[in-house]
Design a protein around this ligand. Structure first.
Ligand code: PMP
Length: 384
């Protein structure tokens, strides 16, 4: 039996072995509650502070207190969108987001319409790059918060965040950037990039699931979305998940250290995959050919269905994605692929391969061969 090849790191990443080792060393398996002031509580506070520093360093934030820990990227996005819109409603009642944001950005933005906000969606081009002229027209002095992700999880395209920030700030609004997939893969610096709020995911850095962070530039006012105690500046009340926070901090430290080498290594594998797979008849790259995440290769194949590709590849020992794991159960065509101009039937034939540290260049021939075989077999039986 050949070893399995796992190519869905955007859906779930194995915990980095060094993070797992760090976790095992964790103070004898017990930490106190950081809200207490005896020794065990103070140790927990120190653990949180150390993790905050490591996460802040990854994204170039100078104040560690500008980082709050959350239950994941979905929660960070909700706090960022709802929290800033509601808290700053006196300065305007419009929210702007790109058409290809993750649903955990789009859904809270849509939901704000019930509270009297208008939502303007800013279009992207056929590569998924935000249309800056359209954005400049969409963002007005009424716009409280604009949300544009650093990179897209389905097509890998990296957005021109500095240009986006200039447009947003010229009109006096706040910029939220979802960097769940980009952080740890490409350099991010909240100051250089002009980011007011930044979403991070613990698992996407090589830490555990169910933990995330939100950078909030000092001075930006945010209203709590969940109410309870005063933890995480009252913005994420509830006893902190100290163990996962510590592991996320360590994952952020390792990601910063390993990014230059590891991203170069993954980009080389990605490029070989893209070269091999686009040789297949009626196989096309989706997303930007060069401005894309180093670990991300995404395609569409005419006349076959993504789910069938996924199942067939699984039987050949390879795990790939079709669209996003977050929406794939709905069987609807991906809003991202429709927004870059694909027809419904084109959008249904998508396949996404996201690489991680255990992948190697040696796997490329087997992956390309398996896709060739799958595509040929499925096309032979397709009614399309
Ligand atoms: N934003 C982006 C860009 C994502 O890709 C994801 C999921 N991978 C999320 C938000 C949501 O993350 P989570 O499911 O961990 O809350």
């Amino acid at each position: 039996m050949e070893e399995r090849i796992y190519l869905d790191h955007a859906a779930a990443m194995p915990v980095h072995p060094e993070v797992a080792r760090f976790g095992r060393r964790f103070p004898d398996g017990f930490v106190g509650n950081p809200s207490t002031i005896y020794q065990e509580g103070l140790q927990a506070q120190e653990t949180l502070a150390a993790a905050r520093e490591k996460v802040a360093a990854l994204v170039g934030a100078s104040a560690p207190d500008s980082i709050i820990f959350t239950g994941g990227a979905t929660e960070s996005n909700n706090i960022a969108i709802r929290g800033t819109a509601l808290r700053n409603r006196k300065s305007g009642k419009n929210v702007v987001a790109s058409t290809i944001e993750h649903i955990s950005v789009l859904n809270p933005a849509k939901d704000l319409q019930k509270s009297g906000f208008s939502l303007t969606l800013a279009p992207v081009d056929r590569y998924g790059t935000i249309d800056l002229a359209a954005l400049a027209a969409a963002v007005t002095p009424e716009t409280v918060v604009t949300s544009v992700h650093y990179a897209n999880n389905e097509i890998g395209t990296i957005e021109p965040i500095r240009e986006v920030a200039e447009i947003v700030h010229d009109r006096g609004g706040l910029l939220h950037v979802d960097a769940a997939d980009a952080a740890g893969r490409i350099p991010i610096n909240v100051k250089r990039d002009g980011i007011d709020l930044l979403t991070l995911s613990g698992n996407q850095l090589g830490g555990p699931d169910g933990i995330g962070a939100l950078y909030i530039r000092p001075g930006v006012r945010v209203q709590p979305v969940i109410v309870g105690g005063g933890q995480e500046r009252g913005l994420r009340p509830g006893t902190e998940n100290v163990f996962s926070i510590a592991c996320m901090g360590e994952a952020a430290r390792l990601a910063k250290e390993e990014m230059p080498e590891e991203s170069k290594r993954l980009a080389a594998i990605r490029d070989r995959l893209i070269a091999g797979i686009t040789e297949i008849e009626e196989a096309y790259l989706t997303g930007h050919p060069t401005m894309r995440l180093p670990h991300h290769a995404s395609f569409r194949f005419s006349r076959i269905e993504g789910e069938s590709i996924q199942l067939a590849m699984n039987l050949l020992g390879i795990a790939v994605a079709t669209g996003s794991a977050c929406t794939s159960r709905t069987l609807e065509a991906s809003h991202v692929l429709l927004a870059i101009g694909l027809a419904h039937e084109e959008a249904h034939g998508s396949m996404v391969a996201t690489l991680g540290r255990e992948n190697s260049e040696d796997e490329v021939p087997r992956i390309v061969g398996a896709i060739e075989e799958t595509v040929k077999r499925l096309r032979a039986i397709t009614p399309l």
